[in-house]
Design a protein around this ligand. Sequence first.
Ligand code: ADP
Length: 245
Amino acid sequence: DTGAEALLEIRDLSVVFDGFRALDGVNLTLARGELRFLIGPNGAGKTTLIDVITGLTRPAGGSVRFGGKDLVGRKEHEIVRLGVGRTFQTSVVFEELTVVENLDLAASFRRPLWALAGRRRGVSEAVRAALATTGLEELAERPARVLSHGQRQWLEIGMLIAQRPSLLLLDEPVAGMSQDERARTGELLTEIAEDHTVIVVEHDMDFLRRYASQVTVLHEGRVLTEGSVDDVSADPRVQEVYLGR
Ligand code: ADP
C-alpha cells in the first residue's frame, strides 16, 4: 500500500445477489495518477465492481474509500460530485447538438447557474481542454450525429473529462473500433492518465499489451492476480481462466 498516495482503496468488498456472491472479498488500491486495466472472463464481477464504486450497487460488506471518504451508502450524483466519472455501454451523446455543445452541457452539470452568463463569452476552460485531449477540435461545430463510431466514443470520454473527475472508469472503450481508432484511443488513455486516475475494463489482449502497465484480473468475484501486463498474461492461472471460458 502507498498509504497517503492512494486515491481509491477498496477493502474486503462483497456483493450478494439473491444469495450469489458476485464479489467476494475484493481488495484493490489505486495510487493517484495510475492507469489500471481490469480484466476477467464474463461474469467475473467487473461491472459489479464499477457499479459499487459509482453507487449503483450497494455492497453486502467491505469499504470503498476515495480521496479519504467512504463511498458506500452515498448516492450516485454525490459520488459524481466527489469526482468519480464513468462511461456506460449506452450512449449519452445528444445527436442534434454539436460536439462542443455536448461537451459544454456535460461540463455545466458541475457548474452553478450563474456561470451560464460566462458561457456566452465562449467555451470554458474545461471544454477547451476536453476538445484538445480528444482531438475533436476540427469537429467542434459539427452535430454529433455525423461522428464515426470512434469519434463518438472519444466525445463520450471528452464529456466525462469536461466534468473534471479525478477518477475515470471506462467500460471497454475500444469495443467495435478499427485498428486506427484503437491506436488513437490508446494514446488518448495514456494522455488522460497524465492528470487523472483511470480504471479501464478491457478484454482485448493486444490492446492491453500495447497500452496497459498494471492489470488486475478478476475471476468469480475475486482478484485472481495483479501485476504488470507481461506477468499477468504469462500467469498459467490467467491463461486457464481465459482458455477455459
Ligand atoms: P462482468 O462484468 O465481469 O462480466 P458482472 O459484474 O456483470 O460480470 O456479473 C458478475 C456476476 O453477477 C454474474 O454471474 C452475473 O450474472 C451476476 N449479476 C450481475 N448483476 C446481477 C443482478 N442485478 N442480479 C443478479 N445477478 C447479477
